[in-house]
Design a protein around this ligand. Structure first.
Ligand code: C2E
Ligand code: MG
Ligand code: MG
Ligand code: MG
Length: 272
């Protein structure tokens, strides 16, 4: 995986195909060591109000700086972490780190912090207690937190509904990420306590084609009917931005505005 994005402080991404293909067992061992040795870190991608370009918040995105392999995308290691169960530890670290780094900024300036949950993490019984605990430890205001879940994660409808209800009680927002790429029943979605839909990047990329335009319009309308906020991801072109604005998509993120940034770069951006 060679990720296309590069924020200013990042070195080259590791090219898996050019060198070794570590097997899952090796990857797992390296992750365990990596967490102990603080090789993981977070980048934050700005989310903006599309009409005014005002900064609304940011999505925390996980990275791994391996001493020999370089910077590794979550697409490479999350699946292994999920299968082995290591994601539970990694996810707890990520939540703590994000709330610690962003606590002050979000409280003082009203920004939202979005974090991605993995399947196992979402179904962890004590996730609501864990989040509450981390918020208390770090001084993070839970009204500023958005949890991103995907449709595929809602595959166990009863358990999912219960967990979403418990999370909702904490006062956090819940966003349905990569919307349209999974298989979820629309009637079910309308019954979950959700606050936001994210339009997947693959749809945003199709804006400008007849099919793409129709799909994106449909998702925006659906969000409006369900009374959900809508965020478009992967906006790269002015033409995509114009289309989204014209059809009343409120918010978005993408390289057109900013790539995922280090904490320092983000603070500089906010200051300027
Ligand atoms: P996602 O949540 O849908 O995140 C959006 C992805 O699109 C990010 O990739 C981001 O860097 C990328 N992106 C943003 N703007 C653009 C753009 O304009 N063009 C293009 N081509 N790409 C753009 P990233 O950071 O590699 O993350 C990939 C996926 O990994 C995420 O998809 C999310 O599902 C997962 N992930 C990332 N961080 C975490 C985490 O801390 N925990 C969990 N459980 N999953 C995570
Ligand atoms: Mg996301
Ligand atoms: Mg997404
Ligand atoms: Mg996506």
């Amino acid at each position: 995986y060679l990720a296309k994005e590069k924020s200013s402080d990042e070195v080259e991404w590791f090219d898996w195909h050019a060198d070794i293909q570590p097997n899952p067992f090796v990857l797992e061992q390296e992750m365990v060591t990596g967490l102990k040795q603080r090789q993981f870190f977070l980048l934050y991608q700005p989310q903006v109000h599309l009409r005014s370009k005002v900064l609304l918040g940011f999505e925390a995105l996980l990275r791994w700086r391996h001493p020999r392999w370089g910077i590794i995308s979550p697409m490479v290691f999350l699946e292994v972490a999920e299968k082995s169960g290591f994601i539970i530890q990694l996810g707890e670290w990520m939540l703590t780190q994000a709330m610690r780094e962003m606590g002050k900024l979000t409280a003082e300036q009203g920004y939202y912090l979005s974090v991605n949950l993995s399947m196992r993490q979402f179904y962890q019984q004590h996730l609501p207690e864990l989040i509450l605990h981390i918020a208390q430890e770090t001084g993070f205001q839970l009204s500023q937190l958005t949890l991103e879940v995907t449709e595929t994660m809602l595959g166990h409808p009863e358990q999912a509904a219960r967990q979403l209800q418990d999370l909702h009680q904490l006062g956090v927002r819940v966003s349905l990420d990569d919307f349209g790429t999974g298989y979820s029943s629309l009637s079910r979605i309308s019954h979950y306590p959700l606050q936001e839909l994210k339009i997947d990047r693959t749809f945003v990329q199709q804006i400008g084609t007849e099919k793409g335009d129709a799909l994106v319009k449909t998702i925006i309308n659906l969000a409006r009917h369900l009374d959900l906020d809508v965020v478009a991801e992967g906006i790269e072109k002015p033409q995509q931005l114009r289309f989204l604005r014209r059809h009343y998509c409120q918010a978005g993120q993408g390289f057109l505005f900013a790539p995922p940034l280090s904490l320092d770069d983000l603070k500089n951006l906010i200051r300027s």
